[in-house]
Design a protein around this ligand. Structure first.
Ligand code: CUA
Length: 196
């Protein structure tokens, strides 16, 4: 007789209640699945790191967020895309509630590009979809991401870190243009998407 079973967990259950062994079996299945997913995600991190240069930003560089506008690297005249003596490009941007400054930067295709960003207020995020560019922008620190665009196009860049009421509207653009088109741009045109 079931009622004589001493262990209450092993007594027959009323309809709709799952027996303990089945709970244990299901838990084990889900646990296995979770461990497999963790393993899968680790593998994705290692593989993308080795094959497409995706890695966590490792640059630790501090800056005073209260004096960005007064001078130094992130003064207004230094923002946007600059060409280095070796031909590579450096794009400097400030993230602030609720915009990136400048709102648009142009860079050349097939050229090493270094993005340097910092925030003047709270934490923002800088993400270029379908590239290896994805970093937090933290006040007090300079975030640096290196990449290279293989074809021309327009990347819409969302702020991907919740930064306040206007977060959803914090969008900007990176335009990748041909090397010849880039050479033809005046320095001010590299940081503007106004159509000429
Ligand atoms: Cu800036 Cu969200």
């Amino acid at each position: 007789m079931a009622d004589t079973e001493q262990d209450p967990l092993l007594r027959p259950m009323p309809d709709g209640v799952v027996p303990a062994e089945e709970v244990a079996r299901t838990e084990k299945h889900w646990l296995t699945m979770m461990v497999a997913m963790l393993g899968g995600m680790m593998a994705v991190m290692v593989l993308t790191g080795m094959t497409t240069g995706i890695h966590p930003p490792s640059n630790v560089e501090t800056i005073d967020p209260t004096t960005l506008h007064l001078g130094g690297e992130f003064a207004e005249s230094n923002l946007g895309t600059a060409q280095e003596p070796n031909g590579s490009l450096t794009a400097r941007l400030i993230a602030e509630q609720y915009a990136f400054v400048p709102e648009c930067v142009k860079v050349a295709v097939d050229t090493p590009v270094k993005f340097r960003l910092t925030s003047s207020d709270v934490v923002h995020g800088f993400l270029l979809p379908a590239t290896n560019v994805n970093t937090m922008v933290v006040p007090g620190f300079v975030s640096e991401v290196r990449t290279r665009f293989s074809r021309p196009g327009v990347y819409r860049m969302p702020c991907n870190e919740f930064c306040g009421n206007g977060h959803h509207g914090m969008w900007s653009r990176v335009e990748v243009v041909s090397k010849a088109d880039f050479r033809a741009l005046a320095p001010t045109e590299r940081s503007s998407c106004v159509q000429q």
